[in-house]
Design a protein around this ligand. Structure first.
Ligand SMILES: [Mg+2]
Length: 152
């Protein structure tokens, strides 16, 4: 049985916080730049993430999915997240895109997320790999742990 791996988008696959900070500096009067048209579809990818996502897809022992919580106040985010995934990861990942406000409902082996709670992460039954933590500071650390240790 392949291992099911869920990967978060904001601040894991894409530079969300960096973009919010940058836009607030540019336009201080705009309190919620993440509510603007085009915000989610134009986010820059995190270094190394795309390559590891493609490597996971090609690995017979891994079944990867994207699990992202929606920005509830911004209905455009549902469409724009889908546009981003097609642009950077292709249609195979579009078919693996799960937009879900409660990640505790997901069944699987690993959830890679920058938050350990708030969107149901705390109720996920598999392993929670906190992206940005000391153990998983970046995609290179995730890649090593996944392919050199976890799959052994
Ligand atoms: Mg996140």
């Amino acid at each position: 049985m392949p291992k099911i791996v869920y990967v978060d988008m904001d601040d894991v696959l894409v530079n969300y916080t960096e973009a919010v900070t940058f836009k607030k500096l540019q336009k201080p009067e705009q309190a919620y730049p993440q509510a603007e048209l085009g915000f989610f579809s134009c986010l820059a990818p995190k270094v190394g993430g795309i390559a590891v996502m493609k490597k996971m897809l090609e690995h017979p022992e891994i079944e990867p999915y994207i699990a992202t919580a929606p920005s509830l106040q911004n209905p455009l985010c549902y469409m724009e997240k889908r546009i981003w995934v097609e642009q950077y990861l292709g249609m195979e990942y579009v078919s693996r895109l799960i937009i879900i406000p409660n990640k505790g409902l997901l069944k699987g082996d690993i959830l890679i997320d920058d938050h350990v709670e708030g969107k149901g992460q705390e109720f996920f039954k598999g392993d929670l790999w906190q992206f940005g933590s000391i153990r998983f500071p970046d995609w290179s650390a995730v890649e090593i742990e996944l392919f050199n240790n976890f799959l052994r």
